[in-house]
Write a protein that binds this ligand. Structure first.
Ligand code: BES
Ligand code: ZN
Length: 931
């Protein structure tokens, strides 16, 4: 297609083609764009021919003399007969021109060779005319649609998604984050539609020759990178927000979903206002539009002034959405609005520092949500879940540093991962906690002010923070942030600290090494040194609130860990715990005596004297150490046995995370029966305490316990605890007997997911059809997902196969952006796993084409495969499959490496731990149930 278009265009005007030797992945640096005037005419009337045409005028400044202009452009038909180039400044008045063009498809370059040399210091104006189809691939300038239920007709809209490198699909441009420039955007469209862009509309006038068409010109934007440009033509409705003293704030959705916009319309401006206070910098644009796009590949996108969302990330229905849905959408909105400062105002120089965008937005979003909904206590929960994620992902040898070299677009995509987001956020939290509130805030403010409307790299951040920290006395003068933080952002992985106490001298020696899941890797290869802030407390002190470091583990110039000894520890009968509230991303192992003391406290009435986050830490750490062989499973299970008395979410989160993994490996083995009994024993007390799955709200004292109830119900029903399944079936039966089940649903909202799942697992074909009909009729995106997930709980092979085939069928009612989720639902089912694995391996070519060019999205199909492969035969089979399917796994290198490594570590676990684990379970089952 691309070649075809370019060929046509070339033929049309006969500009000479030349070839250039320039084959670097970055644009040459001789030119800088100063301003863009972009006009786009969008044609949405004919569903068979959805397209746009445009013109762009770019003012370019030459920094060095050059004979060509190299831009990005992909899949655009550029009318070469209409290219014009003229000099804007200087004495030479004669117009310049373009005498030949070239393309470099590897780097999406469009190269214009100029008639005369462009001279350093002068400005030029380049005009290009181009056109393309509104594509279906969810990036660039693309189409989306929804069904208008009244007319029973499909309605089409257009929308952009440019990050990281798809502005070049929509208009020729300097598509790198370092080239910031102001944009004047003008949209042409049929007057029945609305046109939206980053800035407010300035004026509207009729189209020159298309009757019924209008042009809307938008105000000039502030300098911004191409990836933040956005526009849309649609027939949506909007809900205005009412918070005074802020920018105009509107929330847009398809007309039939406008009643789901209330919550986001209320929450958005509040969090924006909070950030203005937090950073001490006003939001600089006159308006924000947030829009729910029916087809949207990412979760949301922070375009300056026009933030785009998936429906599940913006729409909320009181009658249907769960607390989890509400928290998710608050978090997404808070994340995208945080980007308005971190990313939009100050942008990373190059994708290497993507974490300056994503890590910040993730961390700042937790602050925002915590501020507005403190009753959710989401800061703790978010911090813990970020850490749980990175403890897993960053324990792989195939992980990578937060800051990493980027040379290809596929690598940019791969960087939108847990390392940039969750690890980025965790190291920022660590810094916040060791610097203290004032220094952290003032350092950030200086950084934002200094680099506003410009670009920055991580060293710029370190410098601002060090200066402010030294000024405020928050950091010893001989420490600087760069030395400390480089050890976290330039090295892969995180350390495990081993604390060995000397009980006679009341001291402890600390050592560190990288924590790795793959136990075949020898100690010598686990090097690395991290600057580790050491907060700790003792059984006498129990001061978990102090997260300020009492000492540091330091590194020598040559990167070796310096010996660290801690003094004044308690007597041999009292424990010590390091890393108060998990303030930094590291694990801690202790000597046997200290573990013994900890286990005693956990299994006593006093367990709550250990901070809830540290209880979660102990559970997580000990289960990892047992997995990798530094600890016995008997000890580990004695630690988690205390959960029978635990009534808070966080420690359960840690435990369930591990039990899920262990369960998936042990599920197809004869010893699964003992595992099941263990789970039942563990969760029966809390299940009863929370009043089972009976109506959610009356038995819940604190809002955040609702999440715990949802989680416990999920485990209870899948492990047949108490009356869970019977209750679930009763609820479902009641629902099925409703005259109008789409209007009236007696199942309590926050247990719908486990209830539907149990009903489908134990129910009939008729139950499946009933639920599937609800899926088709639902108007709420998050409800559709809940139902789709539950439909995959069936144990009928044919129904699972039916779900599986729906996933990749363009005619089925599953949107492409939900396909990976739908696939995962089937593949995590014990029966579905084998079907899904076979389907994936048999159809990898078709699946690749289905996702192309979104290979990153395709990699979302992998987790259920790698989490459930645990024997060597399957592992080798998958390895062979990878070797013979290179073409269909392109752009997924990182995900494939991680997949193989995780499969290998599962195999190692099974070979080494299976017997000791089941032996330990049998032992722990003998311990009497706690009263
Ligand atoms: N900037 C990203 C959107 C994005 C993701 C663009 C991947 C290109 C590739 C946006 O700010 C984001 O991070 N969205 C998240 C949701 C967020 C709440 C974690 C997403 O899309 O998952
Ligand atoms: Zn983001």
């Amino acid at each position: 297609m691309k070649w075809f278009l370019l060929f046509l265009v070339t033929l049309g005007i006969g500009l000479a083609k030349a070839s250039s030797n320039y084959n670097h992945y970055r644009l040459p640096t001789a030119l800088r764009p100063q301003k863009y005037d972009l006009s786009i005419l969008t044609r949405l009337e004919n569903p068979k021919d959805l397209r746009f045409s445009g013109s762009v005028r770019i003012v370019i400044k030459a920094l060095q003399n050059t004979k060509n202009i190299t831009l990005h452009s992909r899949d655009l038909a550029i009318d070469e007969s209409q290219i014009t180039l003229r000099q804007l400044s200087g004495e030479r008045n004669s117009d310049n021109c373009v005498n030949s063009t070239e393309v470099n498809p590897t780097h999406d370059f469009y190269i214009l060779n100029t008639c005369q040399e462009l001279l350093a210091g002068h400005a030029y104006e380049l005009n290009l005319i181009f056109s393309a189809k509104l594509n279906r691939q969810l990036e660039g300038y693309y189409r989306s649609s929804y069904l208008d239920p009244e007319a029973n007709e499909t309605r089409w809209i257009s929308i952009t998604q440019f990050e990281p490198a798809s502005a070049r699909l929509a208009f020729p441009c300097f598509d790198e984050p370092g080239y910031k420039a102001p944009f004047v955007i003008t949209l042409g469209y049929h007057k029945k539609f609305t046109g939206l862009s980053n800035m407010p509309a300035k004026e509207t006038k009729p189209h020159e020759y298309l009757t019924e068409y209008i042009w809307t010109e938008f105000q000039e934007s502030l300098p911004m990178p191409t990836y933040l440009v956005a526009y849309s033509v649609n027939d949506f409705s909007h809900k205005p927000s009412t918070l005074p003293n802020g920018p105009v704030f509107r929330t847009w959705a398809r007309p039939n979903a406008i009643d789901q916009c209330d919550y986001a319309a209320e929450f958005g401006p509040k969090v924006l206002q909070y950030y203005e206070q937090l950073f001490g910098i006003r939001f600089p644009l006159p308006k924000v539009d947030q829009i729910a796009v029916p087809d949207f590949n990412a979760g949301a996108m922070e375009n300056w002034g026009l933030v785009t969302y998936r429906e599940t990330a913006l729409l909320y229905s009181d009658a249907v959405s769960s607390l989890e849905d509400k928290q998710h959408l608050s978090n997404v909105v808070a994340h995208e609005l945080a980007h308005q400062w971190f990313g939009n105002l100050v942008t990373m120089k190059w994708w290497t520092d993507l974490w300056l965008n994503e890590g910040f937005a993730t961390y700042v979003a937790s602050l925002g949500v915590e501020n507005i909904h403190s009753e959710w206590r989401s800061m703790q929960l978010e911090s813990l879940s970020n850490l749980l994620t990175i403890f897993r992902k960053d324990s792989l040898e195939s992980s990578h540093p937060i800051s990493r070299p980027i040379e290809m677009v596929s690598q940019v995509f791969e960087s939108f991962d847990a390392i940039s987001y969750e690890k980025g956020s965790s190291v920022l939290r660590m810094m916040h906690l060791f610097l203290g509130e004032e220094s952290f805030r003032s350092g950030l403010k200086s950084y934002l002010e200094r680099y506003a409307y410009k670009n920055a790299e991580q060293d710029n951040l370190w410098e601002s923070l060090t200066q402010d920290a030294h000024k405020n006395g928050a950091l010893p003068k001989n420490f600087d942030i760069k030395t400390i933080m480089d050890s976290w952002t330039l090295q892969t992985g995180y350390p495990v600290i081993t604390v060995t106490r000397d009980y006679t001298t009341r001291t402890a020696n600390l050592s560190q090494e990288r924590y790795l899941l793959n136990t075949d890797i020898s100690r010598v290869h686990r090097g690395g040194c991290w600057w580790v802030p050491l907060s700790y407390t003792t059984q006498q002190e129990k001061d978990f609130n102090n997260t300020f470091p009492k000492a540091w583990m330091e590194c020598s110039q040559s990167g070796e860990s310096l010996p660290t000894t801690i003094q004044d520890l308690p007597d041999p009968n009292h424990w010590v715990i390091f890393n108060n509230q998990l303030s930094s991303p590291y694990k801690v192992n202790y000597d046997a005596q200290n573990w013994k003391l900890l286990i005693e406290t956990l299994n006593s009435e006093q367990f709550q004297s250990i901070h809830v986050v540290n209880r979660a830490q102990l559970v997580d750490d000990v289960l990892y150490f047992a997995w990798t062989g530094e600890q016995d499973y008997e000890i580990a299970l004695r630690v988690i046995n205390y959960l029978q008395g635990e009534r808070q979410l966080l420690p359960w989160r840690s435990a369930f995370d591990h039990l899920t993994h262990l369960g998936r490996i042990i599920r197809p083995t004869p010893n699964f029966q003992f595992f099941k009994r263990f789970i039942k024993k563990l969760i029966a007390p809390i299940y009863e305490d929370m009043n089972g799955i009976n109506d959610t709200y009356t038995s819940i004292q604190k809002q955040d316990d609702i999440l715990l109830k949802t989680t416990v119900a999920t485990w209870a029903c899948s492990y047949h605890v108490s009356d869970c399944v019977a209750q679930a079936l009763a609820y479902f039966r009641n629902w099925r007997s409703e005259a109008n089940p789409d209007e009236k649903n007696p199942v309590p909202i926050d247990v719908r997911s486990p209830v539907y799942c149990a009903a489908i697992k134990h129910g009939s074909d008729g139950d499946w059809e009933f639920l599937y009909e609800r899926y088709l009729k639902s108007n709420v995106a998050s409800e559709k997902l809940t139902i789709m997930d539950a439909l995959a709980c069936s144990r009928e092979v044919w129904l699972l196969q039916r779900s599986l085939e729906m996933v990749f069928d363009p005619r089925a009612d599953v949107r492409k952006h939900d396909s990976a989720w739908a696939f995962q639902s089937v593949a995590y089912n014990e029966v579905g796993f084998l079907l899904a694995k076979k389907y994936f391996m048999d159809n990898v070519d078709t699946i690749y084409k289905f996702y192309y060019p979104l290979s990153k999205t395709m990699s979302r199909l992998l987790p259920p495969l790698y989490e459930q492969v645990s024997n060597r035969r399957e592992y080798n089979e998958f390895k062979d499959f990878v070797a013979s399917s290179q073409e269909s796994l392109k752009g997924m290198d990182q995900a494939i490496q991680q997949t193989l490594e995780i499969m290998l570590t599962n195999v190692q676990w099974k070979e080494r731990n299976y017997h000791s684990f089941t032996g330990a379970i049998k032992q722990i089952l003998k311990v009497p149930v706690r009263q």
